[in-house]
Design a protein around this ligand. Structure first.
Ligand code: CA
Length: 392
């Protein structure tokens, strides 16, 4: 049996993936069938190191290996052996849950339109000493929870598309998330084998009426470099030269939507006592006229932010009402080290903003983000997918 260690990704690592060499390589040809077989599309056969490199393991500590022991294979000639170390919680009482992600739109997983998908199945062999809790999601939407019993688990998940379409763009799925319960500190790392991840389709026979119309009103996806010019520093600064800097990022580890995101770099102030201006904001009037919306309960403001530091950060999103330049809303979220914000926490309906502050007329706005917890000069965040969407 050939076991091939491909990499250990640590939560603290900012080393480019290219530095994690392979000890040996299997053939690199993508193996995905594009045409559904009996309505089934193989999303991942977990066959090779090259395929694993299209996945995202950076939010946990895990060893990923190609397994060729037939006992743990249900499709093709290999499965993925994951040894999940996890990362400590902040009090070092236990290890945190271990996530990893498939990123549709690559050579191995080309399917990004999931409107024809009515369910999923995946085989997971649990070689740990006890059952583990597991969750499948895409773009932050929970598809389902399951218990991984010891031994082989053939899991199936039904997808409620009419519900999911309220939260995700089914025509453009960006991430598929696998989340495994973390171990206790006195337990060995959990070993799991993943294989045969399949989407069940209805071959295009879906009802268009099932899907709410989702219209994107304003968005910053940063596929256009000029979008960085719409952002400014926020908060006191000791020098214009030390205000946050904005640049386009194309490293896909820090991209949630499309191919680009915006990197924000913070500096120490001139007294070297703290980080200079602690936030960033959109320029005035670039985020649309909210007064034109007839139903604010159907308009959602949301964003994704990656914390590329080793510290737990608090990010406060603030909405300003331009005529009076007054703050009308703020919402705090915690962002774990080297992690994305939880999509379930960053979204807010405009009706919630209106209810909290009783603003009747929205006319022009700035969205600001203040960050608490930054320490080092050169600390970076990545912003993606700041947008307003209408859900009908
Ligand atoms: Ca396989």
């Amino acid at each position: 049996m050939k076991k091939t260690i491909i990499k250990i990704v640590t939560a603290l690592s900012v080393i480019p993936l290219a530095l994690f060499g392979f000890i040996s390589c299997k053939p690199n040809e993508p193996t995905k069938p594009v045409v559904p077989v009996n309505g089934s599309i193989l999303l991942s056969g977990f066959e090779s190191e090259a395929e694993y490199l299209t996945m995202l393991f950076t939010n946990t500590i895990v060893k990923v290996e190609v397994n060729e022991n037939k006992e743990y294979i249900t499709e093709g000639t290999a499965s993925a052996k994951l040894t999940l170390y996890g990362q400590y919680d902040y009090a070092n009482k236990y290890y945190m849950d271990s996530p990893f992600y498939l990123l549709p739109g690559n050579d191995f997983l080309s399917k990004i339109d999931f409107k024809d998908v009515k369910g999923f199945s995946v085989d997971i062999y649990n070689a740990f000493t006890r059952p583990l809790q597991f969750m499948l999601s895409f773009d932050g939407y929970t598809i389902g929870y399951r218990t991984l019993e010891k031994g082989m688990n053939h899991l199936t998940f039904a997808l409620d598309r009419s519900e999911a379409a309220h939260y995700v763009d089914l025509e453009f799925i960006k991430t598929i998330g696998f989340l495994v319960e973390g171990r206790m500190t006195d337990e060995e790392p959990a070993v799991l084998y993943f294989d045969n991840f399949i989407a069940q389709t209805d071959s295009g026979e879906y009802d268009e009426d099932l899907y709410p119309e989702i219209e994107v009103l304003n968005e910053f996806t940063f596929d256009n470099p000029l979008e960085t010019k719409s952002f400014l520093g926020f908060g006191l600064s000791s020098s214009r030269l030390l205000e946050p800097r904005f640049e386009i990022n194309s490293d896909l580890r820090y991209v949630m939507t499309g191919r680009k995101s915006m990197k924000i770099t913070f500096m120490r102030n001139r007294n070297d006592t703290a980080i200079d201006s602690l936030g960033f904001r959109t320029q005035d009037n670039v985020f649309g006229n909210w007064a034109s919306f007839s139903d604010l309960s159907k308009v959602k403001l949301s964003y994704d932010l990656y914390n590329d530091t080793d510290r737990l950060l608090t990010v406060s999103m603030r909405v300003f009402h331009s005529p009076s330049d007054s703050l009308v809303y703020s919402k705090n979220v915690l962002v774990a080290p080297y992690s994305w914000t939880d999509p379930g926490q960053t979204g807010v309906l405009l009706s919630e903003i209106q209810a909290e502050f009783g603003v009747d007329e929205f006319s022009a706005f700035s969205i600001a983000f203040e960050v608490t917890g930054l320490q080092e000069s050169g600390s970076c965040l990545y912003l993606d997918n700041l947008k307003l969407t209408v859900i009908s």
